[in-house]
Design a protein around this ligand. Structure first.
Ligand code: ADP
Ligand code: ZN
Ligand code: ZN
Length: 736
């Protein structure tokens, strides 16, 4: 048995593991994630090493491989917790330990720290003034200018002295020799915080908010660490609850991580934190340079800051005394990593909270089915905010419009008569509106324009998608059938894929309302750096009457001027080939509706749909999360979809279709053989994108209600992955 070991565990050295032999007596005991003592270098100095993985094959001549000495049991390294987290991640989400370590270890990229040098006054005032007198008499102009600048400050930067005061180095040297000043260089961290500060007043909590903060604090003091779900309707003031809790944590000398989905992490949000917590807070996002990013993590490690705000990667901030992890908009799919390991941020945060004995607080207006079911079962605590926080603001009035009737009465436009009327009213009153197109994914789902139903897979209860050659395919099980000529439910010949885009919608608005000022927000208009922020700012400054866009426009933004929200086609995400599509539809509709009427003016929401009876549309229109939840969890239970059991997708990718097929079947066979009844396999079949960049993609799903068996299957897949790699076939696991 051999072990791959890294000495000095850091992001970069993960690429340079050394192989050691495991002595007979330790075989079976040494495991990935352990610290061991190994002889290192020519002198065989004993060094601490970290076990990455085990193997039976020697990479070099076996005679030249050294033997590891012993296992180190008590390790006090500050990285211990994050390593434990990485070990957990690779077991839970697949991939290998190195990939997980890369995620949790902040990369110390080779960026030069910024150094700034200062001229600091060192002598007492009398001697300083005496010398200044002499300098004046002798007409040493440079020294005089420098000393005068230092009269009213303790230091100035060398750059300022040279460039602005035009002081030559002789003058500086002379004063230094006289021991009147001293040159000091300081490590200077790149600041990523706003230069301005908004003086946002702290709000008096309302009764509901106060009760929740009190309860969370008193239970924390009593040692309770059960994760808490803060379920509050849109506009109920969840942020204010977070802020008060953070303040309290800081007073206890605890540190706080606040996760916010990247798209909601706007300048406004950062400003809000900054004006509350000043220099104690820092943030990271994907727009920071490597240097800026590594500076912020370094400051956290040094204890200079206590609050880190950021998207999912902020979870791995190296704090040493973590007290609280907040995951805002916990239902957000963007929290799940697209890179291997494809970890779920919420679960990983839960694990980190356990490892650090800190509190996990999840917040949402539309909690994920996973979290809400945990809150129902008592695994999480549930706290509710039921009212809008701004006095006088209430939930909007929601109306569902049946687009089938519009079609029947001859209206073929994308705007129903009700919506057009409301838009005219809104424009006449000089108020703002948002028009939302519910569109995601690339697959085309075919549905009936007359009865509104999509064509579904008989085995999986998800919509079939249209493929070339007039075929309909299920992306879970591979079920295929020819495109029917008429709707199997009502016989109507009007079958079509949905395809309204934002650009087309913008054109139609302009045609119908030529004088309205329109802003469009989608992938195209936001691809530039800060593009999406600029559009939002401009809309906030009321430079446009209408903002039209995809789900991007509904995420947590607070526009008091918006009184009308129109959802042009609510169904588009509903008919997705995914078991979470109802959940997504409900979330998007609720959030979109929640944008209306956040100020004093009452809000109106119009939901246009071809399927008005659908429960996710009905419950969203009533803003009734719990009723949605109960219907949805029934469906998940019936089909054994998460959160009832564990489920993941396994994909084999290869340049040769035959190999991709061969290996996905290999996975199927081995899992079936080892776990026949405990683990259910759906597929294999072609992936939704069957071929991408000339690589063939075959996949299957595994599903089980037995977590232990499921983890064993993951381990087995990891073994297969390594064998497949030899034939240049990649196998990926994505937890559903
Ligand atoms: P949520 O995140 O729950 O949708 P926000 O945190 O954005 O809600 O709060 C909505 C609005 O209510 C914000 O403008 C916020 O400033 C305001 N607000 C929050 N708490 C209070 C309070 N206690 N009193 C008055 N206004 C409040
Ligand atoms: Zn039909
Ligand atoms: Zn199917």
């Amino acid at each position: 048995m051999y072990a791959d070991i890294v000495i000095d565990i850091s992001h970069e050295s993960l690429d340079r593991p050394f192989q050691y032999r495991i002595p007979e007596s330790l075989v079976g005991q040494v495991q990935p994630g352990m610290w061991v003592l190994v002889p290192f270098g020519r002198r065989n100095t004993q060094k601490k090493g970290f076990v990455l993985k085990l193997g039976t094959k020697a990479n070099i001549d076996p005679d030249r491989i050294k033997e590891l000495t012993e296992i180190i049991s008590d390790d006090n390294s500050s990285d211990k917790i994050r390593i434990a987290l990485a070990v957990w991640m690779y077991r839970e989400y697949g991939g290998n330990l190195i990939q997980s370590l890369r995620v949790v270890m902040p990369a110390r990229k080779n960026v030069r720290p910024k150094q700034v040098s200062f001229l600091v006054r060192t002598s007492d005032e009398k001697r300083f003034l005496d010398y200044l007198d002499i300098a004046r008499k002798k007409n040493w102009k440079g020294r005089v200018r420098l000393m005068e600048a230092l009269l009213c400050r303790d230091y100035i930067s060398s750059a300022f002295a040279r460039q602005q005061l035009k002081i030559a180095s002789d003058a500086i040297k002379a004063l230094e020799e006289e021991k009147l000043i001293q040159i000091e260089t300081k490590r200077f961290y790149r600041s990523v915080l706003p230069k301005e500060s908004a003086n946002l007043e702290k709000k008096q909590l309302n009764e509901e908010q106060q009760a929740i903060v009190d309860k969370l604090i008193s239970s924390y003091q009593a040692g309770v660490r059960t994760p808490a779900l803060l379920y509050g309707i849109t506009g109920s003031g969840k942020t204010e609850v977070y802020m008060h809790l953070i303040e309290w944590m800081i007073r206890q000398n605890k540190q706080v991580i606040v996760l916010i989905p990247e798209i909601s992490l706007t300048y406004q949000v950062i400003l809000n934190f900054y004006s509350r917590f000043g220099e104690q807070v820092s943030m990271i996002n994907s727009r920071l340079s490597d240097g800026e990013r590594s500076d912020q993590l370094e400051r956290a490690r040094n204890g200079e800051i206590s609050i880190m705000v950021g998207p999912r990667s902020a979870l791995f901030t190296p704090f040493s005394n973590l007290g609280l992890i907040i995951v805002d908009e916990e239902q957000e799919g963007a929290y799940n990593s697209e890179q291997i390991p494809r970890y779920h941020t919420r679960e990983t945060a839960d694990k980190l909270a356990q490892l650090t004995n800190s509190l996990l607080l999840l917040g949402s207006a539309t909690p994920s089915i996973e979290s809400f079911s945990k809150a129902e079962s008592g695994e999480y605590r549930k706290f509710c905010l039921t009212k809008r926080a701004v006095l006088g603001s209430c939930l909007p009035n929601v109306q569902v419009v049946d687009m089938r009737k519009e079609l029947a009465s001859g209206n073929r436009s994308v705007f129903s008569r009700e919506l057009r009327e409301k838009m005219e009213e809104c424009l006449a009153k000089k108020q703002q509106m948002m028009l939302f197109i519910n569109r995601r994914g690339f697959s085309r789902v075919v549905s009936c324009r007359s009865c509104g139903k999509p064509i579904e897979c008989p085995h999986c209860d998800v919509a079939l998608t249209e493929h070339l050659g007039d075929k309909l395919v299920c992306h879970y099980c591979g079920y295929t059938k020819a495109m029917p000529r008429s709707c199997p439910l009502c016989g109507s010949p009007y079958l079509a894929g949905f395809g309204l885009g934002t650009q087309k919608a913008e054109m139609m608005i302009k045609a119908q309302f030529p004088s309205a000022r329109v802003l469009r927000m989608d992938m195209d208009t936001t691809s530039k750096k800060d593009g999406h922020e600029q559009i939002l700012d401009s809309f906030r400054r009321r430079e446009a009457d209408i903002l039209v866009g995809t789900q991007m426009i509904v995420k947590g933004h607070d526009f008091p001027g918006v009184t009308l929200v129109g959802i042009l086609a609510a169904d588009m995400s509903l008919y997705n080939c995914d078991f979470r599509s109802s959940e997504r539809t409900f979330q998007l509709l609720t959030q979109a509706a929640g944008r209306a009427g956040r100020g004093m003016e009452p809000g109106n929401v119009i939901i246009q749909t071809y399927d008005p009876e659908n429960y996710s549309i009905q419950t969203a229109a009533n803003q009734d999360y719990e009723s949605f939840y109960h219907q949805e969890i029934r469906f998940r239970r019936r089909m054994q979809y998460p959160p009832i059991g564990w489920m993941c997708e396994v994909m084999a990718v290869s340049a040769e279709e035959k190999l991709a097929n061969q290996w996905i079947w290999q996975v199927q066979l081995l899992i079936n053989k080892r776990f026949c009844d405990i683990i259910k396999i759906i597929g294999p079949s072609d992936a939704p994108i069957a071929r991408l960049k000339d690589m063939w993609r075959k996949h299957l799903y595994i599903r089980s209600s037995d977590h232990k068996a499921y983890l064993e299957a993951m381990e087995l897949i990891q073994e297969i992955t390594e064998q497949a790699a030899v034939q240049k076939v990649s196998i990926f696991v994505t937890v559903c």
